[in-house]
Each structure stands twice: as C-alpha cells, then as structure tokens.
Ligand binder design. Sequence first.
Ligand SMILES: [Zn+2]
Length: 166
Amino acid sequence: MNNKVILISIDGMRPDGLMKCKNPYVDELKKMASYTFDARTVFPSATLPCHMSMFHSVLPERHGTTTNAYTPQVRPISNVKRVIEETNGEYTVIVTADHGGNDRSHGSDMDEDMTIPMIFYDPQFVPGREYIGVSILDIAPTIADIIGVAPAKEWEGKSLISDVEE
Ligand SMILES: [Zn+2]
C-alpha cells in the first residue's frame, strides 16, 4: 500500500452524469480501481459542510459547519487520467465529489444532490470491486489507514480498505 494519497474532490459531480458522459476512461477506472457510484454525502449537500465531513469524518451537526460561508477557489483538475498516470503508482489516487446536484443547484436531501461517486486507485485496492453503502465520512478513515495513522476515535466513518460489504 502506498503511504501517499492524492484526493481529488470534483465539485458537484453526479455519478449518473459520470456514467452517461461516455468517457472511455470511466469504464477503464471501473476495471482497475475499487469504486462506488452510489456513496452518500451529508446534508446539507453544500460544498463547505460536505468537505468538513469529508476531512473530519463526522456529520455537520458535530463539526458545526452547516452553510457555505465562503466561495471556494476553483482549481480545476482537467485530466484525472494524466494525474493517475503521472503519479506512476507512487500515490493512491482518490476521486470523489462533495455533493451531486439538480437543476443547476444543490443543497437538498434529494438523491440527485446526496449521491456521489468514489474511486480508489492503487494496486492494493481490488480492481473492479464495487462498494455498497459507503459515505463521504469514510474518506478520512480510509486515508488514515492508507498512510498508517490511527483514526480519531470521534470519527464516524470506516476505512474502506478491509472488512466492508461488497
Ligand atoms: Zn460544491
């Protein structure tokens, strides 16, 4: 297992849109990575609360950030394939989203807003393994597991490296 991780969070990336885009690299990733197109983010499905839950592995009621208090800077990653290829297998690459979206908006508890993809690429993640019932809260514990750090006892998520339902 690598002990270096690159986490790519794509703002408002809906899994159904990802599947419909017909980019052949999406199918390639499904074969070479562990993944789900049915993970859940947290409510409210807004950028800042979701990222706080992604990094702190607790629900917004616990981390206390329940609104978008700032506008995040946009630093687009234009080519996930290039990132994966250029890291030369030296990093675990995680691709996910903070939330989905509907009708040019987001923030609700609708499935369109609450469902996100998660893709874990590393030779140690089982290629083609599809996760069921995972959450944005599982990202921080998984990264801690990858880099060999014990999870904080307050964290509500679980590591996806082992002992999860497929
Ligand atoms: Zn966002």
